[in-house]
Write a protein that binds this ligand. Structure first.
Ligand code: F6R
Length: 622
């Protein structure tokens, strides 16, 4: 959510604009840069360019003005609006009255209203509705009181409450100042051909191709960077070195032959699941996860809560079902933003599992804090290894989806579900007394990888065209089918802005049947044999009210005679084999056609599936 970047170096093609392109998926309702490199300014003045809308608008503006973005020193921002409309005025960078300070910021300054009124009394005027502008004005205020730039930054940070990652230019200095609290900020150095470069970013994807080693800055740090390195200070003003030097393989994703990241990422699912399975087979062992095993056998906890937001919450719902069925563990899923304030009864006998693609989702982080406060054991199931959630949990189980760029999550969801299944198998094995314990059985994961099928996408395109026809959409299902319907509906909402209400099939007659008429499609998710007949009866109830019934079932499900009379359309999904009684990971196969339908709907409507309106990847504000 919001991308910030800073760059000091000499490579025009790696300039700040190049870095923002890599960050655009984190926010795209406006963008801006501040440069001060002596090329287009006198080095004393900071030159700001900002535009509402996607980054291409900023690029066009720079081109039109004949401005180079080949800056040797610059900061930039892609915004997802929190305070103030997504327009040019509210776009970052924000500047001080004297134009000497320029700030890009990710996070929320919670006491901005109070700071603003204090500064207004001192004669400062505000041009934007943002919280960030208060930081620029505070920097100016403390400078005017005689503080050196670093001291002004320290005094400013002391006044700010909430979350912030900031990159800051000060006119006349070839430096980038920075500060971090609760929002992610990374710093990296690189040296090529004897030339040094320094990078700052809210997301490692921004520099990982150039710099394999980087620092994750801790909370409360501030400092300054130039092309020779950086100085870091803590809250007491003492200089220190951030201990944690991290390295990562290049995670930048090439879009290759695909027109959009979302489609590419749907097709990434299978290789990602294979990588994850291989990883679990060697690393998800009792020795590596003592948190999940009691010292003398058993598990060391009596129940589990699974927590996440959006798609990750849907994975949590599936995971809770798996933990119950496979591991015989009392388990329930919670939405993170609710968990924090309406926390169920949990204690040291509870395993609290936090699921997240980014590992930086503010609601999930806050929920984890609450679980820790109540002494629960915490496990992070996260796609980003060096994220705050992964670092702060008692144990970390990696999701191996790889970088996900499209805002609508696809492969990460599937890999989260697979990871939670692996957790269920692990906990089943761990429950046994020590002498009877043997390694968890991950064969269903292998069967999933062997059997996962994509189809050619033609049926999904047809369904997408059908959904564009303007009828009301209702999705019904039971058990795992209901959970798939929830995630399918979320994908469709995100990418096409169409509404698809989701209900338990058995609930149809208890109210919402009143909404169903001949202007409706009711999509019946019915891939589970055990509940098929009951769900088909519910479909009949809707058909009797004139709705067109679209049946989603498996290629092995036997249907009543004359299905063409009963169903307007039938979409069949591959039934996974290889596991007696059915593969518990059928839900991963089942979501694939719906991710594809959501993608095709977006394309059919002429939208950009990678960048749904009003949304951004990684929601770092509560
Ligand atoms: C939907 C989607 C979101 C995220 C949610 C949590 O496609 O991507 O609902 O799942 O914002 O994000 P993470 O998983 O990063 O915690």
């Amino acid at each position: 959510m919001c991308g910030i970047a800073g760059y000091i170096g000499d490579s025009p093609e790696q300039n700040i604009l190049y870095r923002l392109r890599l960050l655009e998926y984190r926010g795209y309702d406006s963008a801006g840069i501040a440069v001060s490199d002596g090329e287009k300014s006198d080095g004393e003045k900071i030159v700001i360019t900002k535009r509402a809308g996607e980054l291409k608008n900023l690029e066009a503006a720079l081109k039109q003005a004949g401005k180079t973005a080949g800056a040797k020193l610059g900061i930039g921002h892609t915004r997802w609006a929190t305070h103030g409309k997504p327009d040019e005025i509210n776009a970052h960078p924000h500047v001080s009255r004297d134009g000497k300070w320029a700030v890009v910021h990710n996070g929320i300054i919670e006491n901005h209203a109070e700071l603003k009124s204090e500064l207004k009394k001192l004669g400062y005027e505000f041009y934007s509705a943002t919280d960030t502008e208060t930081a620029a004005k505070l920097l100016e205020y403390y400078s005017a009181q005689g503080a050196a730039p670093l001291q002004a930054l320290r005094q400013t940070c002391e006044r700010l409450e909430g979350s912030f990652a900031m990159a800051i230019l000060h006119a006349g200095e070839k430096k980038i100042y920075f500060a971090k609290n609760k929002s992610p900020l990374y710093l990296a150095y690189a040296e090529n051909d004897g030339k040094k470069r320094t990078y700052l970013a809210s997301d490692v994807i921004c520099f990982s191709a150039q710099a394999r080693e980087y620092y994750a800055l801790p909370d409360g740090v501030y400092g300054m960077a130039d092309e020779n390195g950086a100085e870091f200070y803590d809250k007491t003003g003492r200089i220190f070195l951030p201990a944690e030097k991290l390295s990562a393989a290049y995670t930048g994703e090439e879009i290759n032959r695909y027109p959009h990241y979302m489609l590419k990422e749907i097709y990434d699912t299978l290789p990602a699941l294979r990588a994850e399975t291989t990883y679990f087979e060697s690393n998800f062992t009792f020795e590596n996860y003592p948190l999940l095993c009691g010292a003398n056998g058993g598990r060391g906890f009596t129940k589990a809560v699974l927590v996440g937001c959006g798609t990750a919450y849907h994975a949590a719902l599936s995971g809770a079902g798996m933990l119950g069925r496979v591991a015989d563990l009392d388990s329930a899923a919670y939405v993170a933003s609710e968990f924090r304030y309406y926390c169920p009864k949990i204690d040291e006998n509870t395993l609290a599992v936090f699921i997240s693609q980014s590992g930086e989702t503010a609601d999930t982080l806050a929920a984890m804090q609450e679980a820790k406060r109540r002494s629960a054991k915490t496990l992070a199931v996260v796609n980003a290894e060096h994220s705050t959630l992964a670092k702060n949990a008692d144990a970390f189980l990696p999701v191996k989806a790889g970088t996900e760029i499209a805002v609508a999550s696809t492969k990460a969801y599937s890999c989260q579900a697979a990871a939670l299944y692996a957790l269920a198998e692990f906990l089943r094995a761990a429950a046994l007394p020590l002498q009877k314990r043997c390694a968890p059985d991950f064969s269903a994961l292998n069967a999933l990888c062997a059997g996962l099928s994509y189809g050619d996408g033609n049926e999904e395109k047809e369904i997408a065209r059908l959904f564009c026809g303007g009828k009301k959409l209702f999705f019904i299902g039971r058990g795992d089918d209901y959970r798939t319907a929830l995630e399918a509906s979320l994908k469709i909402k995100e990418t096409s802005y169409l509404n698809a209400d989701v209900y338990y099939a058995g609930e149809l007659k208890h109210g919402f049947l009143a909404l169903v008429d001949e202007n409706s499609y009711v999509v019946v998710f019915a891939t589970e044999e055990a509940t098929l007949q009951k769900t088909l009866s519910n479909a009949e109830e809707a058909r009797a009210r004139g709705a067109g019934i679209i049946l989603f079932t498996t290629n092995e499900t036997a249907l009543p005679d004359c299905p063409e009379e009963k169903f307007f359309r039938i979409l069949r999904v591959n039934k996974l084999g290889g596991v007696a009684g059915g593969n518990p990971l059928q839900c991963v196969q089942n979501i694939l056609p719906w991710q594809r339908i959501a993608y095709e709907l977006s394309v059919e409507k002429g939208l950009n599936p990678d960048k749904p309106r009003n949304l951004a990847k990684s929601v770092t504000v509560e």
